[in-house]
Design a protein around this ligand. Structure first.
Ligand code: GLN
Length: 305
């Protein structure tokens, strides 16, 4: 397997030149665009890896799946989906437009920024510190890595420049979708996006979802089968932003990308995959990660369709 992975990295390394590293969060602009790495974690406990699999990157939008798991545990499905819809948007992940043009005014799904900010506001805890602590503990648990933490520089960089997210959050407060202190809620969102991971960490979270919410190593059930299924379904319909339909046809596996360059994929009953390549296509998906997943899916026949 590692042989195949190495070949795929070599084959697709050049593709990274066709994309661009995200610069709208200034801290992200300093990353090496050539990086490309992959990790596959399977149900038998094997970990296969190649390329820059151990480079650290910020989880960014992949964290939207994690906060959604916790919000569903904390509040139940009914309440969560009263505030956020279940439909893909066809718009960019940070688009504002549908917040006002669709009635009732609520974000269309939890994988776009507006939806994820609402989801962050639903995580329970005595204060902001405890809420984030719970999220961090949760991601440490499902990745099996108790060292995970935030990248302070990227967190501050996004906090200082995230005015589009700020605009959406204040708008949603005005129309009654979000309650509470908006700056505190945004702080939670910016922090969750700046958690630093590597390919192994996200491959293991993908595997945990592939195993229907049970940690393969200990047999512990952490989330219900229903929640695991909901997350994987959102990954298929909305996980690759407004490129999700094409990805479903070309690759055919539940996946969630982030502008930090990561893609977390989950192949039900089989494996979790983490890829890293910070050079992005025009939709904000890792251009190298996308290609490796496409090749691997064809080679191993991974499409779930
Ligand atoms: N932190 C990023 C933002 O809010 C996450 C976006 C992403 O990864 N697509 O803009």
């Amino acid at each position: 397997m590692e042989d195949i992975l190495r070949k795929l990295i070599d084959k697709n390394r050049n593709v990274t030149q066709e994309g661009k590293v995200a610069t709208y969060i200034p801290g992200l602009g300093k990353i090496d665009p050539w990086d490309l790495g992959i990790c596959v974690a399977d149900m038998e406990g094997n970990i296969y890896k190649s390329g820059n699999y151990d480079k650290k990157f910020t989880i960014q939008s992949i964290s939207k799946t994690i906060s959604l798991m916790l919000a569903l545990i904390d509040n139940g499905e009914e309440l969560v989906f009263e505030k956020v819809g279940m439909e893909p948007t066809g718009d960019a992940f940070n688009s504002i437009i549908k917040l006002e043009t669709i009635m009732p005014s609520r974000p269309l799904n939890p994988m776009i920024n507006a939806g994820a900010i609402v989801i962050s506001s639903l995580i329970k805890g005595r204060d902001e510190k405890e809420k984030f602590r719970r999220l961090l503990d949760f991601i440490r648990k499902i990745s099996g890595n108790d060292k995970l933490n935030i990248n302070e520089e990227i967190y501050l960089s996004e906090k200082n420049t995230g005015d589009r997210n700020r605009a959406m959050a204040y708008f949603m407060k005005d129309v009654g979708i979000i309650e509470g202190n908006i700056e505190e809620i945004l702080d939670m969102y910016f922090k969750q996006c700046s958690i630093e991971v590597d390919c192994i960490d996200i491959a293991k979270i993908g595997l945990f979802l592939a195993n229907r919410g049970v940690l393969p190593e200990t047999g512990e059930r952490v989330i219900s089968e229903r929640i695991a299924r909901t997350i994987k379904t959102f990954m298929i319909t909305c996980g690759m932003y407004n490129g999700s339909g094409e990805f479903a046809i070309k690759v055919g596996i539940p996946a969630k990308s982030g502008v930090g360059g990561g893609i977390m994929a989950s192949i039900p009953h089989r494996m979790g995959i983490g890829t890293y390549g910070p050079s992005l296509d025009d939709k904000g998906n890792s251009i190298g990660g996308y290609k490796i997943l496409e090749d691997l899916s064809n080679y191993l026949n991974l499409s779930i369709f």
